[in-house]
Write a protein that binds this ligand. Structure first.
Ligand code: AAL
Length: 430
């Protein structure tokens, strides 16, 4: 008598509706896990989590999991003496992709806070302007020139403009960017400026005052509003950003992101009462996904290197753990500004890669960046199994790479050799 009836690849179900994973032996975990959680099986905490939090097929069945594969681009790629970094989202206007980014082309490399002058940059994104480039295929780019120049001396934004985010709203174009005024200040403190244009090719009109202000002295975003990332959601303009506090005593919130919302591109932007809405992440990168908002959260914080999702744009949770995420990504999401509660996800974007002068320890500030492309599968509409694999191993050169500080330095090695004498307790008899 067959008490249990098999349902395809799914579980065995009894007439009374109860289910189990294996017809004969309820304790045997099968090679093909049932797609729905068996209700009478003896499941470990990890396997229960697999059903309650993840999916029995793991990353393969997760629209919000992807690997990232990188390509060099032409036109805005690596160039000695020039830095291009922090690309905006990418838009498509009349068949051409457009991207905006920070470009620094100074005679001297970054010299740090102490070494800066009116013409020598403190950091890589100092004494910079917002430039733009276009492309037909997203791999080969043509640099088109400056989009938004620094302001004249004595005006808001006369020191440096960096890290742009693009918004297309009611047939007009808006760039939001970090707007540095006067001498470079410690801690990268800055507010957000804005410029608008009738066409993606400009001319751009710079607004002479901040459009999103820093929080108060004790706020989580009291020092800086970084990486402004606009999108349209629920009939409003949402600008996500990374905040940082003035208090750098070591007790403060290290990295978090929040959002400021407005009905007009010019503002006023009202910061969400729930800010910060992430507890992790460095540069901001978000895109509409189904009826919510997805975010690539990388580099910093307890939930670093994850893809997250908020069904309301505010309450994010981790949807996957990712490997070698793009740094400072700007993505192409054709529906970034559609606001139609039907986000389709992304398959590619641009990011930056940092190059540092490691030959001479005195020149650690000598940094430049270049733009690269990444491809991925965080899309509902395509399926690329090549991007859903795990178990990525890094090569010998990555393990001993100095730039990523993966290789143990000789100073740290000496310190460790000294310290481990105390820890060198006998294996037997402890
Ligand atoms: C980036 C961003 C912001 C910071 C600096 C330039 O990657 O987080 O833009 O200010 O670094």
């Amino acid at each position: 008598m067959t008490r249990w009836q098999k349902q395809g690849l799914d579980i065995y179900t009894r007439k009374d509706g109860s289910s189990r994973m294996h017809k004969e032996n309820p304790y045997l975990f099968p090679s093909v896990p049932p797609l729905t959680k068996p209700d009478d099986a003896n499941l470990s905490a990890a396997i229960r989590r697999m059903y309650d939090r993840w999916h029995p097929l793991g990353d393969r069945a997760n629209d919000l999991f992807s690997n990232f594969k990188y390509s060099r681009v032409t036109g805005i790629g690596s160039e000695i003496g020039v830095s291009r970094r922090d690309p905006s989202s990418i838009i498509n206007v009349d068949g051409e992709y457009y991207v905006w980014y920070t470009k620094r082309d100074t005679d001297d490399p970054p010299a740090g806070l102490e070494g800066q002058t009116l013409t020598r940059p403190a950091v890589d994104w100092d004494l910079a302007d917002i430039w733009y480039a276009t492309s037909i295929n997203g791999f080969d780019w043509r640099e088109r020139g400056v989009a938004v120049h620094r302001a004249p001396k004595g005006h808001y934004g006369d020191r440096s403009l960096s890290t742009p985010g693009i918004l297309v709203y009611e047939q007009k174009y808006y760039l939001y960017f970090q707007c540095f005024t006067n001498q470079w200040e410690p801690h990268d403190c800055v507010s957000v400026g804005m410029a608008w244009a009738e066409s993606p090719d400009g001319p751009w009109h710079r607004v002479d005052q901040p459009v999103i202000e820093r929080g108060g002295a004790e706020a989580w975003d009291g020092c800086a509003i970084h990486d402004p990332h606009p999108l349209v959601y629920r009939d409003k303009i949402w600008v996500y950003y990374k905040g940082s506090p003035i208090d750098k005593s070591g007790q403060g919130f290290l990295r978090a992101q929040g959002v400021a919302i407005s009905e007009n591109p010019e503002g006023p932007f009202i910061k969400s009462g729930l800010n910060p809405v992430t507890n992790s992440g460095h540069e901001t990168c978000l895109f509409p996904f189904r009826d919510g908002i997805a975010a690539i959260i990388s580099l910093d914080g307890p939930e670093k290197n994850t893809i997250q999702f908020a069904p309301d744009g505010l309450n994010f949770s981790v949807k996957s753990h990712i490997i070698l995420p793009p740094v400072a990504p700007g993505v192409f999401a054709h529906d970034m500004f559609a606001g139609n509660d039907d986000g389709r996800g992304i398959t590619w974007g641009l990011c930056h890669i940092r190059v540092r002068n490691l030959q001479d320890p005195a020149k650690r500030n000598e940094i430049r960046c270049f733009i690269a492309r990444f491809d991925c599968d965080l899309s509902i509409d395509i399926s690329r199994p090549e991007f859903k694999g795990t178990n990525i191993r890094f090569s010998e050169s990555v393990h001993f790479d100095l730039e990523a500080a993966m290789k143990l330095s000789s100073e740290l090695k000496d310190q460790i050799v000294r310290e481990q004498l105390d820890q060198k307790k006998p294996t037997i008899g402890t």
